[in-house]
Design a protein around this ligand. Structure first.
Ligand code: NAD
Length: 294
């Protein structure tokens, strides 16, 4: 029987709102927190309670979930609430895509009575809504066991990657692979169209062949070919994740060519498109860029 039932959920953005809503619907007593009135309003619009004050929100919480832009913001929030939560067995679960170095530093700074695990997710807004996220966790087994009933509400797969920050490392590595697959797919689209092949035809061919990947399956038709660019995942967040993976490779003394190229490409794309642009707009950047070079 799960004993953790009162959740302070910090970060009511595109992912946070549907995740907090699922917890509420599953019977958790959830209080949402967001720095912006818009975030609070979005959770209230689906029947949630929300506040801009993390210190107010954690008063009766036995679990604190963070779903924030990055690990620096997470550390800021957790340091602000630590005196409110220490000594009563509160578990902090960082589900943001944070840098492993930030997560380790936060874990080292916390008092022993506050436990932290990292549990970043993959699957995007659609799978946050349906509760089918893949969750990559790092931290002590006992702490993960305590979080499991809640994580089971949010995801259909929880992979324990290792000690604290391992989930965050694996998440950044995943997004490097995912971003590279999307760039391959949009470059393929450029090439096919230049040859005179329709986009739909190319995507159908790739999806029935060995060139199939997550981007060809779930991003190309709904967001790129339709030109709606509405996946709900910002280009700035993707560039952040690839930067995390690239920093990790440098810290570990690895010279990885494709990773470095992806880091540069996504940083330049964010310069051109703006960090809030949907990440599938990389197709527009690649298209303009390939023509500029031709
Ligand atoms: P988002 O920008 O939509 O939401 C972030 C929310 O955090 C915003 O509502 C913002 O107001 C709030 N916030 C920022 N600083 C705050 C602070 N100091 N205190 C309280 N609230 C604060 O981002 P998102 O797309 O929901 O992503 C959240 C995290 O999940 C990121 O780390 C991202 O990389 C990761 N992620 C996103 C997706 C996706 O498809 N959108 C998928 C997997 C992982």
């Amino acid at each position: 029987m799960n004993k953790l039932k009162t959740v302070a959920f910090v970060g009511l953005g595109k992912m946070g709102v549907p995740m907090a809503q699922r917890l509420m619907d599953a019977g958790y007593d959830v209080i949402g927190v967001d720095a912006s009135e818009a975030g609070c309003g979005a959770f209230e619009a689906v029947g949630g309670r929300a506040t801009t004050s993390p210190t107010d929100a954690v008063q009766s919480a036995d679990i604190v979930v963070t779903m924030l832009p990055n690990g620096k913001v997470v550390a800021d929030v957790v340091h602000r609430i630590v005196s409110e939560i220490e000594g009563r067995g509160v578990l902090v679960v960082d589900m943001s895509s944070s840098a492993p170095a930030d997560t380790r530093a936060l874990a080292d700074a916390l008092p022993e009575t506050v436990s932290l695990i990292d549990a970043p997710v993959s699957g995007g807004v659609k799978r946050a809504v349906s509760g089918d996220l893949t969750i990559m966790a790092g931290g002590a087994k006992d702490d993960l066991s305590r979080a499991m009933p809640m994580l089971d509400v949010l995801g259909n797969q929880v992979i324990h990657c290792g000690p604290i920050a391992s989930g965050h490392a694996v998440k950044a590595i995943n997004n490097f692979v995912s971003a590279s697959g999307l760039v391959a797919a949009v470059e393929a689209l450029q090439l096919a169209r230049a040859f005179g092949v329709e986009g739909d035809t190319l995507v159908d061919a790739l999806n029935g062949s060995s060139g199939q990947n997550n981007a060809t399956l779930v991003k190309m038709k709904p967001f790129v070919l339709s030109e709606t660019f509405g996946s709900g995942f910002a280009a700035g967040l993707m560039a952040k994740d690839i930067g995390i993976a690239a920093d990790l490779s440098r810290d570990l003394g690895l010279d990885l060519d494709l990773l470095q190229r992806m880091e540069r490409l996504w940083a330049e794309a964010v310069e051109a498109l703006g960090g809030d642009a949907d990440h599938t707009r990389i197709a527009e950047y690649v298209s303009a860029h390939s023509r500029a070079k031709a």
